[in-house]
Design a protein around this ligand. Sequence first.
Ligand SMILES: [Zn+2]
Ligand SMILES: [Zn+2]
Length: 306
Amino acid sequence: MPNRFCAICGKALTKNSPHLGMCINCYSTENPLFELVNTFPVNICIDCGSYSKKDVWIDSLNDDLFSILEEIIKNLLLKPLTRYKQIILTFTIKKDDLVYSSRKLIKFVEVLVIGRLKNDPNIHHQQVVRLNLTHTLCRNCSNLHSGTYFTSILQLRVKNESQFDLIDTVLDQISKYNKSLFEKDRRQYISQIEDQKNGVDLYLGTKELLNHLIKFLKAKYHFILKKTKKLVGRDNQKGKNLFRTTALIKFLPISKNDLLLIDKKEYLVENITRSKVVLRSKDSIKLIKEYSYFFNESTITKINSV
Ligand SMILES: [Zn+2]
Ligand SMILES: [Zn+2]
């Protein structure tokens, strides 16, 4: 067999050399396994670590910057290459000589990406990509910071001052419960609590949170619930109307075992079901009333609790 030589560098070719009359090195240079951009701009939220290339923010599973950067490299930078199943990609982030901004934030990092052909690891390619980092607040965190963004309102009301302690207790419970929701999903926040005459208004980040809170309270308290939906605008990007939901919760002003005076007759609150109140008089007369009865009827006087 006559000796063959690489058409580009003149090196003697072996049996394993790829075709086209080139040695492996020249072949790899002429036909890189992959191509990436040289600089890749990315936004990282200073508060929650979520990241974005454009408008869509992706929640990060990590807290420290380098783990977040690894996520960015896998999920954004190298994503277009994952369709090349025959290339094995590895990468390393250069961690020395980092350049910091005046706010002590890393301005950019260099990533060395190496790809090898699965069948022939001698064929490989490497490229350095610079990730330009913009440290900013994601949409959710900036809404959170402004304290003015909300999609739903939860109104908690009692009949009068005698029940104000109840509002305090409920707010305490809600704040503890919301803390655990917020830790799992940072969109579930209460942006504002406003005092009202007979209670408070809670401004909520999501409708989901509104439903969570209603369910949470239903398991503990008896109340009348009224939901209203109001058109507040239009999301042109999604082509949808935007509604704001308001849920009014009126806590039942009586509890089980309360003694009530109705039309000069004494009744014991024997039971409270999901929508009705069962009363019993001393002479065993049973009376069943809707919740609303106890908000409208002014002839009811609470005597005391047993
Ligand atoms: Zn060559
Ligand atoms: Zn954020």
